[in-house]
Ligand binder design. Sequence first.
Ligand code: ASP
Length: 340
Amino acid sequence: MSELRPPAAPRRHLLAIGDLDSVDVERILETARALAASLDREVKKLPTLRGRIVVNLFYESSTRTLASFELAAKRLSADTMSLRSAGSSVDKGESLKDTALTLAAYDPDVIVIRHPSIGAPQLVARNTDAHIVNAGDGKHQHPTQALLDLYTIHAALGRLEGVHVAVVGDVLHSRVARSLVQALRIVGARSTLVGPPTLIPRGIEALGCEVSTDIATIGDADVIYVLRMQAERMAAGEAFVPSLREYTAEFGVTPERVRPGQVVMHPGPMNRGVEIDPRVADSDVALVADQVRAGLVVRMAVLYDLVVERPASASGTTVDVSGEGEFFPALAGSSHGEVS
Ligand code: ASP
């Protein structure tokens, strides 16, 4: 598993899952697996990004994404700082462009940004020299979530190609659904979006998925991927479902709706008792904790993939991440590759 092919030209940013092709996705997942093996050791810190600066700029609430990006950067020995909109000058009305220009003065290598507006990561990319990672922009994209979901599915089922994923719930407001459907397509998996017609955007099939308004469809899938009802993205007074109780009765993922052999995923945060029954969330078929764990190694792999120079990239030769070569000495498993 040690030979990875670098892209023809190094990418500067990860703004959307469509920035990646199947070779990129496979390379990032392989790197994440190599990193997961390295984290089994007692000393968990690798020197790979020593001297680099990673800034997390979060304008929307986050638990998993922010925590895992912060830890990912630290495990790779980068210097990190995290700015949330509350408590920063954003509170005082500073524009995103001015905030980006201010941060640029510190010369960060990577800015990880979450923002309620679609396209905010692109704006920051235009105004700094840093590599930009989109950690969620409005209902548009959340590429690292899609990558960690692919990692989790592969770990659970041993394959991605041909896997059928039913994505259930509030697709309309979900950047997770949009990114995941595209990611599944890249790796040759199949997806069906399931939910009430009011929560499935018209024309979404163009992303390469099927659509169903019948919850029974989830019985055909290998993976049931449950989406959160995203009340914060629904304007006050807008009713997408008659009531949450009715939504739960018709589309809630209950033990009765999960057949043996299926696994259940949820990006978090979960609304227990709304889109997912607690008995499912707490059962062995739920991969929610695996997703959280995958988030760390996948985000480490994404940072590595963007920042670390690939001297061999222009020639298209392979790169050794086994730890035996010099390119990724951090994974060598020797004490010289570790910092305490
Ligand atoms: N945590 C995911 C996101 O940031 C899913 C969610 O919020 O429902 O999009």
